[in-house]
Design a protein around this ligand. Structure first.
Ligand code: ADP
Ligand code: TRP
Length: 331
């Protein structure tokens, strides 16, 4: 039996961080054996908010390199760049005729972007969910691992697919957001304000490209307090987050020791952060170094990107043939 198709995309709009790793990339890596996976860099989507392309190539290369350094095997999955697959743009065009101005204007992410960039409310921004639907439907993907903030886009993709099928015949299956239930972690910013993110709050976000000293510095500055005064207290958010990070990168014995110290009100947050900093350095360092190696190897990058595009285009053009046939556009 053929494997189910999984697809996800990351916008190359900044440095990848620990939240992206534990919230997204680690799950991609877990899925690569069981599913037929397509992962891509959404550089067309980036243009809707970042029209200046001076840094774009670098960012695209970094996202590819970091994904491989995190464990994606480019021989197993199709790892490609959106703009290398023009079939997506053709499907986007057809889907645009099934997407209505009213529903696009009501999309939460569109309304957010209008507030953030009132001088650049371009049509690409309005039709962002249509392009995303094309990304997914072009491979007839069934599962799309994404965060909660993308669920509305997934619902729109299902609507566009259903409208297409209703109008032209059954070609496009309905994709579902895929999450890992309780395994889905949200990594908070080190000051406890909001989540780690690509562009905001950079001194409180740990990036996969941060050097050892910067990692130490950021962690030592993480928000703590004077410690619990009652045994077995609840942990405030920012302390819980430090423990979340510790659980992700440290040995169980280390976690147990600090949990016990916390519960007995003898915890020393300085020691906790020192330990976390060292374990985090050991966690990030090999990823950073491997990503840097790949990123400086332009021949390898080019090979990976071409190979990814080839696999993606084979699947995309097969879908497009069916789409054109259904629409009677096959002359
Ligand atoms: P950012 O918010 O940093 O721009 P994206 O929105 O591009 O990140 O998210 C890419 C993927 O990483 C999504 O699947 C999202 O759910 C996940 N992700 C982003 N930030 C976090 C975080 N702080 N904790 C957990 N997962 C995250
Ligand atoms: N919109 C997604 C984000 O901001 C990125 C993305 C673009 C995507 N196309 C996709 C994600 C297709 C999953 C499937 O994170």
């Amino acid at each position: 039996m053929s494997k189910e198709v999984v697809l996800s995309g990351i916008r190359p709009t900044g440095f990848l961080h620990l939240g992206n790793y534990f919230g997204a990339m680690r799950n991609y890596v877990r899925m690569q054996d069981e599913y037929n996976c397509y992962f891509f860099v959404a550089n067309w989507h980036a243009l809707t908010t970042h029209p200046d392309t001076k840094e774009l190539q670098n960012s695209v290369h970094r996202v590819i390199a970091e994904n491989i350094a995190c464990g994606l095997d480019y021989q197993k999955v199709s790892l490609y760049v959106q703009s290398d697959v023009p079939e997506i743009a053709e499907l986007y065009l057809y889907l645009n005729t099934m997407a209505y101005k009213g529903e696009l204007e009501k999309t939460t992410t569109f309304k957010d972007k209008v507030r953030q960039q009132p001088d650049n409310v371009n049509a690409g921004l309005l039709t962002y969910p249509v392009l995303m639907a094309a990304d997914i439907l072009i491979h007839r993907a069934l599962k799309v691992p994404v965060g909660k903030d993308q669920e509305q886009h997934l619902e729109m993709a299902r609507n566009f697919a259903e409208r297409f099928n209703h109008r032209y015949g059954d070609v496009l299956p309905s994709p579902q957001a895929f999450n890992f239930g309780s395994e889905l972690v949200k990594i908070m910013s080190l000051d406890g304000n909001g989540k780690m993110s690509k562009s905001e709050n950079q001194m409180n976000t740990l990036y996969l490209a941060d050097d050892d000293d910067l990692i130490r510095k950021k962690i030592m500055k993480a928000k703590t307090d004077s410690g619990p005064t009652q045994p077995n207290s609840f942990k405030p958010d920012y302390i819980e987050n430090i423990f979340t990070l510790l659980k992700l990168v440290s040995d169980q014995t280390v976690v147990n020791k600090f949990e016990t110290d916390f519960n007995n009100c003898v915890i020393r947050y300085g020691d906790l952060k020192k330990q976390l900093a060292e374990d985090m350095v050991n966690f990030i360092k090999p990823i950073r170094e491997q990503a840097a190696d790949i990123q400086s190897n332009k021949a390898l990058l080019s090979k990976i990107i071409h190979q990814g595009a080839e696999k993606a285009r084979a699947s995309a053009s097969a879908t497009l043939t069916e789409v054109r046939k259904a629409m009677r556009l096959n002359y």
